[in-house]
Ligand binder design. Structure first.
Ligand code: COA
Ligand code: AMP
Length: 634
């Protein structure tokens, strides 16, 4: 396909969606097996801004697993677990996956889990994590997966909010050089949460089994073996499939809700349209099931499409080296690889000439997709040069569950522009707005927003928090969903995402709230006030830096206080926060009305141009703190 023809097919498809979104999505809905067809593609009268596929009934697990077995794919690998952390590589067929999922669903049902009940899944990158998710989907129960790198207090917040009937977990996770014992974290979290789960199922890993708490904990595999397989439970299209908590601007995470019908339709459609992946293809999202990329592209989308998905327990470097990603691609015949730019930067740092890459036969790899953070052009061009394949940067969020902008292999690729996240996917009307809600001319930077309604799979609301949903996403720009990203759309329709407009930072592709870290720092007895800023980092994109002003009269050494602060963030939020640097400053720059100039600090820390706000109290303080930030950039 030449580029001009590619651009035409994209333009045509986008125009077709624009002309008649209901017809476009009704067509896409044919890719899903419905127990009862939807009465309409969209009903604007339902929910906060309308709901997709009302009246439709389906089961997401049936669509992801059972129907492929029925269609003759039973022997095809559904999941390839590749774990350099344990030295194990195991393929699981669709037939075996169906049996295991049905039994785990049976085990959960036997412990009282039914349609609508929540189940927390707190697991490392093992097949049982995907099995637990699918087992919930099979029952119509709502899973909420919590990333393993979070601390007990974060897990507790999620248990308290989701009120799960059961928790599925494992005895440990494996990080390079370190076994992460989950059980003490789990016990502490359950202890902290006012809500207690009735039942806990634990996967005992040979690397570090744990003691089970009598009367509450049971062995997951034993429960699975003893259980009877459970059938798929038909649910409403608009019933929730899962809740995924993501960082908000405060310490209280937002429970992003995903429904069954819209999610299945959009994700199934995305596999061929966005990635050009078809039934039988091997697809690998090198992420973690705890993140949205893991939900959508390790578990649901590849399985909905009848692909083989790779579930990888390892790191891009150090397990054992920077050639691991290429080894996995070659060994399993990966057609499309999806990862975060950070992972590629880490590989590039260790293997700049691609010597390890050249040791592997990558003839079956057709494209690399990147997302999760802003991607520097150098990372795109480096990987394109070494791989000799298209490298696509695409922009999306936990809230959307699939890409907002990108480049679409299924429609023929148009030329990419490194630094841009591509063009809007059919389904998204993306605009750049000014503060008065006016659409900005092409080329001008503003708040990136999506005209309502959002397409299928995007969040209909926040869990038990419609008003918070309206306040956080719909109120700044009436009629639009605010992405909280700033950027611009160029003359040719490419979208350039520059930075967040809130206090979310992106550390190694992990989305974190500086507000949550500030809450931790502020609780230290010696801290009078503080700010946490994401400082530019060549490997991780950003890393958090804590700036603290000590209370008058504190005479303890700065180093000791700094260490305590680092330990507190690790203990309360988790190692994933990568909070390693807290510095004492004499003062923080403020407006005359006493507000800390966070937006200006953010710009300095990101190496962006900034203007000194006219409302500043004392410009000298901004200079002092600016010097600290510049010195911290790496
Ligand atoms: N369970 C427990 N701890 C975890 C964890 C998990 N699932 N994942 C990460 N951590 C810990 C790490 O062990 C590390 O702890 P440490 O401070 O004791 O070293 C800390 O959290 C930070 O981890 P990480 O962000 O992975 O940094 P790193 O320095 O260990 O590795 C990279 C750097 C670039 C290799 C790594 O960040 C990476 O693979 N990035 C890709 C990101 C990605 O896939 N994002 C998903 C969105 S698409
Ligand atoms: P998450 O919800 O963890 O997926 O993080 C979403 C945020 O990551 C977005 O709001 C952006 O700030 C950032 N992001 C994700 N993908 C991209 C991309 N391709 N380009 C720029 N920023 C991105």
């Amino acid at each position: 396909m030449n580029e001009a023809a590619g651009a035409t097919r994209y333009d045509e498809t986008y125009a077709r969606w624009r002309r008649d979104p209901a017809a476009y999505w009704s067509e896409a809905a044919k890719g899903i097996a419905w127990d009862a067809p939807p009465r309409a593609a969209f009903d604007p009268a339902l929910g906060v801004y309308g709901r997709w596929f009302p009246g439709g009934r389906l089961n997401t697990c049936f669509n992801a697993v059972d129907r492929h077995v029925a269609a003759g794919r039973g022997a095809q690998p559904a999941i390839i677990w590749d774990s350099p952390m344990t030295g194990r590589i195991e393929a699981m067929s669709y037939a075996r996956l169906q049996d295991r999922v049905a039994r785990v669903a049976g085990a959960l049902a036997a412990r009282g889990v039914a349609k609508g009940d929540r189940v927390i899944v707190y697991m490392p990158m093992v097949p049982e994590a995907a099995i637990a998710m699918l087992a919930c989907a099979r029952l119509g129960a709502v899973h909420s997966v919590v990333f393993g790198g979070f601390a007990a207090a974060e897990l507790a917040t999620r248990i308290a909010d989701a009120k799960p009937k059961a928790i599925v977990s494992a005895s440990c996770g494996l990080e390079p050089g370190r076994v992460v014992k989950y059980k003490p974290l789990l016990d502490a979290a359950i202890g902290l949460s006012p809500h207690k789960p009735a039942s806990v199922l634990i996967l005992q890993r040979p690397e570090s089994p744990c003691e089970l708490t009598p009367g509450r904990d049971e062995d997951l595999l034993a429960a699975e073996t003893a259980a009877s397989p459970h059938a798929c439970v038909s649910v409403e299209s608009t019933d929730p499939l899962y809740i995924l908590y993501t960082s908000g601007t405060t310490g209280a995470p937002k429970g992003i809700v995903r429904d069954n019908g819209g999610h299945a339709v959009a994700l199934h459609n995305s596999m061929s349209m966005v990635y050009g992946a078809n039934p039988g293809d091997v697809y690998w999202a090198a992420s973690d099931v705890g993140w949205v990329v893991g939900h959508s592209y390790i578990v649901y989308a590849p399985l909905l499409a009848g692909c083989t998905t790779v579930l990888f327990e390892g790191k891009p470097v150090g397990t054992p080296d920077a050639g691991t990603f290429w080894r996995v691609c070659a060994q399993h015949g990966v057609k499309v690889l999806f990862t975060a730019p950070t992972a590629i930067r880490a590989i590039k740092k260790e293997d700049p000439e691609g010597l390890l890459l050249k040791r592997h036969d990558l003839s079956r790899l057709e494209a690399l997709y990147l997302a999760g953070e802003r991607c520097d052009p150098d990372t795109v061009t480096w990987s394109e040069r070494l791989l000799g394949k298209p490298v696509v940067d695409h922009w999306w969020q936990t809230e959307t569950g699939w890409t907002i902008t990108g480049n679409f292999r299924g429609l023929g690729l148009f030329p990419t522009r490194p630094g841009s996240g591509g063009k809007p996917a059919p389904g998204y009307d993306v605009v750049a707005l000014d503060e008065a809600n006016r659409e900005l001319p092409r080329g001008q930077i503003g708040s990136l927003a999506v005209r309502l309604p959002l397409p299928p799979s995007c969040l209909p609301t926040l869990f038990n928090a419609d008003q918070r949903f309206r306040d956080a996403y719909l109120s700044a720009h009436p009629g639009f969903y605010s992405t909280a990203d700033a950027g611009m759309i160029d003359e040719d329709g490419y979208v350039w995402v520059m930075s967040r407009t809130d206090d979310i930072i992106n550390v190694a592709g992990h989305r974190l709230s500086t507000g949550a870290m500030e809450e931790v720092l502020a609780s230290h007895p010696d801290v009078a006030e503080c700010a946490v800023v994401g400082v530019r980092d060549t490997l991780k994109g950003q890393v958090p830096l804590g700036l603290v002003v000590l209370k008058a009269g504190v005479t303890r050494g700065e180093a000791a206080i700094g260490q305590e602060l680092v330990a507190m963030v690790r203990d309360r939020i988790g190692p994933v926060a990568a909070f390693k640097d807290a510095r004492v400053v004499a003062r923080l720059p403020k407006t005359r009305s006493g507000k800390i100039l966070r937006a200006t600090l953010r710009k300095i820390a990101d190496g962006e141009d900034y203007v000194v706000p006219p409302t500043i109290d004392d410009p000298a303080i901004l200079d002092e703190v600016g010097d600290v930030l510049k010195a911290a950039m790496r």
